[in-house]
Structures are given as C-alpha cells and as structure tokens.
Design a protein around this ligand. Structure first.
Ligand SMILES: Cc1cc2nc3c(=O)[nH]c(=O)nc-3n(C[C@H](O)[C@H](O)[C@H](O)COP(=O)(O)OP(=O)(O)OC[C@H]3O[C@@H](n4cnc5c(N)ncnc54)[C@H](O)[C@@H]3O)c2cc1C
Length: 452
C-alpha cells in the first residue's frame, strides 16, 4: 500500500488501538480520534478516592493471543504486567473445579472428574459432554446435523447437562464469557470460547489479571507506539460527522475538518450507527458506495444490523475495606448471590482491602439503587467472609451498554462495509468471539490487514 495515504481511526478503544498499532508496526502513520479524554473505551482506568480502578474488572484468558501479542508489541511484558493463574472456577462453598498440571485437554477432563460440589453422575456427564464436543471439534453442525445455532440452555437440555450442572458450571461460565443469560446466549459462540480456552494448550485456559489499569495496559502504550511512528492520537476529539468526498472521507471534529483516504470506524455500535447514518444521502456518497457483490451487507443492512444489536449491562461494585481484609483466593464466585464474581485487588494489584464485585448481564439487581446494590454486596461479604459490616467507601460503576447481547442466531456486521475504504472494527463485528477484548483486538487487526 502507498505509505503516504492518510488513514483515520475513529475510536481509541482496544479495537481502534489494535488497528493503529498494527499499521504503525508497518511504518504507517495513522491518526486516531478519540471522543473521551482518555483511551480505552469500555476497558479504561477510572480514578476514585485516589485509587486506581477500572470501569469494570476485566479478566483475560491465556488464549487471547492477539491481545497479549499486541501488548508486548507496544512495550508491555506479559509476565510482569499480569498475575496469571491456572483455570480455577470456585463458587464459594458450593463448587470447585481446578485444572491439574497435565497437558490439555487431559487437564480439563481430570478437572471435571475431580470437581467438588457435583455428584459423580454429574461429573461424568460433564466430562462426557466435553469429550463429545472435542470429537465434534466444538461445532454444533458436527454435533447434530443441520444445527447452526441454538441457545446455551437448549444445548444443555439436549445433552443432559441439567440441574446442578447448569446452575453451578454452565450458567456461571456462560454469563461470565458471553455476558448473556443462557436462555438467550448463542451455543455456537459458547463452544468457540470453550474450543479456544479449554481445548488447546494448557496455558490457554490460564486466567490473567493485570496489575495496572486497562488504559495503561494497552491503549496508552499503543498511543506512544503510534506517535513514535509519526502518527497522531487526538483525545477529547470526537468525530461529529463522516462524509464521503471526492477520493476520500471528510471528518468533522472540534479541531476542524480533515480529509482522509481510508477510515476505520472503531467506535461502539451505537456511535458507528450514528456516523454511518449521517453518511447516507451525502451528495457524493454514491461515488464511493461501491457495492461489491462479495460483501455480505449493503450500507442500509449494516445500519439496520447496528440499530438492532441487543445490549447487556455489567455492574461492578468496588468496596474498600481495611487493608487486612482479604478473600481466600484472588478470584471467587458466589452461588446464587447478588455478586457473581469477587476479585481481591490486594492479591491482584497490591490494593489491599479493595474488593471488586462483578454482576454481569441483565437481572433483578438492575431494580436496586446503587446504595442498595452496594449494601447487598457488603452484606454478602460480611456473611461469607466476616468482613466488617460496612466498607470504608464504595463505588458502583454501572455500564448499561457494556456489551452486545450474544444471542443465538445473532447477525453481526462485517468489518468490510459496502463503501470502499471504510471498515468497521469493534467487539460487535462478525467473528467467533463474544464481546471481549480479544474479539475487539482481532477485529482491529483484521481491518488493518485489509488496508495493508
Ligand atoms: C464492565 C465491563 C467488563 C468487561 N469484562 C471483560 C472481561 O473480563 N474480559 C473481556 O475480554 N472483555 C470484557 N469486557 C468487554 C470489553 O471491554 C470490550 O469488548 C472491549 O473493550 C470493546 O472494545 P472496542 O474497542 O470494540 O469498543 P470500545 O471500548 O467501546 O471503544 C470505542 C471507542 O470509541 C470512542 N468513540 C465513540 N464515538 C466516537 C466518535 N464519534 N469519535 C471518536 N471516538 C468515539 C469511545 O469513546 C471509545 O473509546 C467488559 C466490558 C465491560 C464494560
């Protein structure tokens, strides 16, 4: 590609910065426009009471190859940046599954057979189901002819994974991985996650929690990397309109109007829909609206798909207790409680006494006020771990549109659009993964590869 072409990336989240870093690696100077004052988007650092938090506790898996590779490309060091521990699913006092030190996928089968809190019959059913999935290469159509998708709940019933097995294993796993209730969640996407995290090397199922916040972990480093290659990263500089002009695109921002040859729109789906809608009907649009037959979606369909994408919330309650308060493990689930997963930031990032409680997907907790939610979480910590009655402070971060709802049969927009030289990047674009950092990064890398 011509190195002098001007490339704009709209959005400085993980997808946008992955695209920017990939292009910078090839010596291409890109311009990133980010509407917020900081980078990171839905995975960003937040400062509260002089304490570094994130907008939500994030967890990476060992199989997030592209994310981990790019963190290292821009100057990170995986061993130093993260606490890494082997797969361990623990629902306090109810269920425990630990992967032993054996090669994959044996580690998983043994983990299922040795799981505590399930009957022998259920353990064997779970191990047998995993074996069947492996034989079917984690594809629904190989599991059952003609089946392209169904909900996770339907799959579990069909393969006898009912009762305690669903309540203690598959439902918490599905909500954590897909941020979608099992009655709606896509079984095929769930199988993709199981395939990549549980079925390959043992390290793929490792869980990684960073010592530093999510803006510092990758997007900020990526910005320095991009700037070192001659690129620019503009913060607090949202793109207000995107318009096709002769031989390119015109972007309007608070800094003025600038023209680019190629654009990657790496915003949230809602913002992407708004920008694309603004393009339709622009005078010169037709010039660029090259409908290439192999492209799966025309612009109207892309906009319609974006508008129809269902969303799910994630609530994170941070509670600061005295420094000597700690959980039995850095990460711990609670069975049928308000808190789904608890993270001990003391053991993860040296922030002693700080607990993050994560509540994923829609549910009754959304009817509570923030005070009531924090009190419910504090009561659980008091009851189960003898924490003091009340924390020193708490902060509830409600991300109401945290991720798209990863429903069965969901149609997602392709990275390529029907407009030449305009791509969409983001966790919601077409791919194997649910809304995750890895999904976002892979989409950004894919758009950059198309440009290259
Ligand atoms: C609370 C929470 C917990 C999560 N936990 C996990 C987890 O444990 N593991 C995991 O893998 N994933 C997790 N996720 C999902 C993960 O954070 C997202 O999938 C990922 O961050 C999405 O990145 P993105 O770049 O696609 O989108 P975004 O992060 O939304 O980035 C889009 C960027 O575009 C900017 N923007 C929007 N409009 C404009 C405009 N007009 N001009 C310029 N800029 C604009 C936004 O400010 C934003 O910075 C979680 C998400 C949340 C919210």
């Amino acid at each position: 590609m011509n190195q002098n072409q001007k490339i704009a990336i709209i959005g400085g989240g993980y997808a946008g910065m992955a695209a920017a870093a990939t292009l910078a690696q090839r010596g291409i100077a890109v311009t990133v426009f980010e509407s917020a004052k900081q980078l990171g988007g839905r995975a960003r650092g937040v400062n509260y009471q002089d304490t570094e938090l994130d907008n939500g506790q994030h967890l990476l898996l060992g199989c997030y190859r592209e994310t981990l590779r790019l963190i290292e490309l821009v100057g990170g060091n995986i061993e130093q940046d993260f606490v890494r521990f082997p797969l361990q699913l623990e629902l306090h006092g109810q269920f425990s599954l630990k992967a032993p030190n054996l090669p994959a996928p044996l580690h998983l089968l043994v983990a299922f057979v040795q799981a505590q809190g399930l009957s022998w019959a259920d353990r064997l059913k779970a191990a047998g189901f995993m074996l069947r999935l492996q034989l079917a290469k984690f594809r629904l159509d190989r599991l059952q002819r003609g089946m392209t998708d169904c909900t996770v709940a339907e799959l579990m019933v069909r393969y006898g994974q009912t009762g305690e097995l669903t309540l203690k294993l598959w439902e918490p796993l599905c909500i954590a991985a897909l941020n979608t209730p099992i009655a709606q969640a896509s079984a095929q996407v769930m199988l993709n996650v199981l395939r990549d995290s549980l079925n390959q090397t043992r390290a793929d199922s490792d869980m990684l929690l960073p010592h530093l916040n999510f803006t510092a972990l990758f997007p900020q480093r990526a910005a320095q990397y991009v700037e070192a290659q001659g690129g620019k990263v503009h913060l607090a500089c949202g793109v207000e309109t995107l318009r096709c002009v002769e031989n390119g695109f015109e972007l309007t921002t608070p800094q003025g109007i600038e023209t680019f040859d190629k654009v990657i729109c790496a915003t949230s789906p809602t913002a992407a829909e708004r920008l694309l809608r603004g393009m339709v009907g622009a005078n010169s649009f037709a010039q660029h609206a090259v409908r290439i037959n192999s492209y799966p979606q025309d612009m109207d369909s892309t906009i319609a798909i974006l508008a129809a994408l269902p969303q799910q919330p994630i609530y994170t309650v941070y509670l600061q207790y005295p420094a000597d308060c700690r959980l039995p493990t850095p990460m711990l689930g609670l069975h049928q409680c308000t808190s789904q997963w608890l993270f001990d930031k003391g053991q993860i990032a040296g922030q002693h006494g700080l607990i993050a409680s994560v509540i994923s997907a829609e549910g009754l907790h959304q009817d509570l006020t923030q005070d009531q939610l924090a009190q419910a979480v504090a009561a659980e910590l008091q009851q189960k771990f003898a924490f003091p009655d009340a924390p020193v402070w708490y902060k509830v971060i409600a991300e109401k549109r945290a991720t798209f709802s990863c429903n069965a049969y969901l149609v997602r927009p392709d990275q390529r659009t029907s407009v030449l030289n305009l791509w969409l990047a983001g966790d919601y674009t077409a791919g194997d993964y649910p809304a995750t950092l890895e999904g976002a990064v892979m989409s950004g890398v894919k758009c950059a590869a198309e440009i290259l």
